[in-house]
Design a protein around this ligand. Structure first.
Ligand code: 7TS
Length: 407
């Protein structure tokens, strides 16, 4: 196993070494976006300083260099998630874009009036609204697997929703508002017993554990670069070839076509059929650097470090009188959502910010989760590979001060 040293890792992230409100920054908003290591920042600068050029369309040197770097990233992503084929990796703008692609394209191709789509009640809005829209358009019904008090779905509830009308299941790997790791392998297995494809929204999953899409046997898996220490504006959609081939194009224009006449257009092969227009080349190449960085640290190291940090943080937070953590579950990754007494999370978050601590407050784009606990929102601390127990201690101190202030 490679050596994991959080102090060494922290040196790689320039944004961590600044003061906010006169205090050293404690960045606990990693579920929203992670900070970037210097190698990623350098990759962006290098790209724009050297090979900046449009891809897939020039014989000239720079265009070929940019195309190679872009396509090497696609292959890197394939390896990273162990997809069977490079053309099963579609580059998008983010997890939201990836889900919209599947909801619209799969929906257009395969969802008809009277059909059903299954999602869960713990989803981020990005995995609710696109399905709701396509169901409305097609006259299909959206079915929602409820979650239990501890934040996981019950497999029995899930099974009871599946029937002959179910066309697709789309669920999150890890809930962004509760941090609960969901039983996705079981969810996929059960759907496949009925020949139903499954999409996994992995935006909060793949950053905390190794994902092998062939082992999971998911039909689609999506995520965002910016939550994995990479640049913003880049997302990934993995899809099994057999579905992507049958699905109609999502957006149309340049790049995704083979031939165009005014009578008829024929479409490019995978993955380009789903990649319209000039892609975000620089940030894709930056994502390549982020993956290399993660591999250099080792996902097993990151996972065990983060698990220990999570356990420590849960124990420490629980020691504060009047705190309530939502989604009390031993299968958690990266995220702790909580409230203290009846202090409004926004008020608490504003005070916490004065201590240089970045938490997220609100409903975390998961309003149904808040509704089911009958709360307006929570405070959310979310962790990355560079957070420390000392930072958790500072958060606990700050929360105790908030309690005193509002007490
Ligand atoms: N799915 C999940 C589970 C997410 O957590 C998010 C973003 C998305 C999809 C959308 O990702 P995007 O990169 O396309 O925006 N989640 C959060 C969050 O928890 N706080 O800010 C953004």
């Amino acid at each position: 196993m490679k050596h994991f040293d959080v102090n060494e890792i922290r040196k790689d992230f320039p944004a961590l070494h600044q003061k906010v409100n006169g205090q050293p920054l404690i960045y606990f908003d990693n579920a929203a976006t992670t900070q970037k290591p210097q190698v990623v920042i350098d990759a962006l600068t290098n790209y724009y300083s050297t090979i900046n050029s449009n891809v897939h369309r020039g014989v000239h040197h720079l265009s070929q260099m940019a195309t190679n770097a872009f396509e090497n990233t696609r292959e890197h992503i394939r390896k990273y998630i162990n997809a069977a084929h490079t053309h099963e990796i579609i580059i998008t703008k983010g997890a939201t874009d990836s889900i919209n692609l599947v909801a619209n394209s799969f929906g257009k191709g395969f969802i008809k009036k009277g059909d059903e789509v299954i999602i869960s009640a713990y989803e981020h809005h990005a995995n609710i609204v696109p399905w709701q829209m396509i169901c409305e358009e097609k006259g299909a019904t959206l079915k929602v697997i409820p979650f239990q008090e501890n934040g996981t779905i019950s497999i029995e509830d899930y099974k009871s929703l599946i029937n002959k009308k179910t066309k697709i299941v789309s669920v999150g790997h890890v809930s962004n508002s509760l941090g609960v790791v969901q039983p996705i392998k079981k969810i996929i297995e059960i759907a496949h017993q009925h020949n139903i494809p499954v999409m996994i929204d992995g935006a909060q999953g793949i950053v905390h554990e190794t994902v092998d899409v062939q082992e999971l046997d998911c039909d689609f898996y999506c995520f965002s670069s910016h939550k994995m220490y990479g640049p913003m504006g880049v997302g990934i959609l993995y899809g099994k070839e057999k579905y992507l081939n049958e699905m109609p194009p999502y957006q149309t224009g340049g790049e995704m076509i083979k031939t165009v006449t005014f009578e008829k257009t024929t479409f490019n092969e995978l993955p380009y059929k789903f990649e319209t227009g000039t892609p975000n080349v620089a940030d894709v190449i930056g994502f390549d650097a982020a993956l290399t960085y993660i591999e250099g640290i080792g996902m097993d190291n990151i996972k065990s470090f983060e698990s220990e940090l999570m356990a420590y943080a849960i124990e420490k937070l629980n020691s504060i009188d009047g705190i309530r953590i939502y989604g009390d579950n031993k299968h958690k990754a990266g995220v702790i959502s909580f409230n203290i007494e009846d202090i409004h999370p926004y008020d608490a978050g504003t005070i916490i910010d004065k201590f240089g601590i970045a938490l997220r407050t609100g409903n975390h784009c998961a309003q149904p989760v808040m509704d089911s606990y009958q709360i307006q929102g929570t405070l959310r601390a979310s962790f990355g590979m560079y957070n420390t127990k000392e930072e958790v201690d500072k958060l606990v101190e700050a929360l105790i001060k908030v309690k005193v202030m509002f007490g």
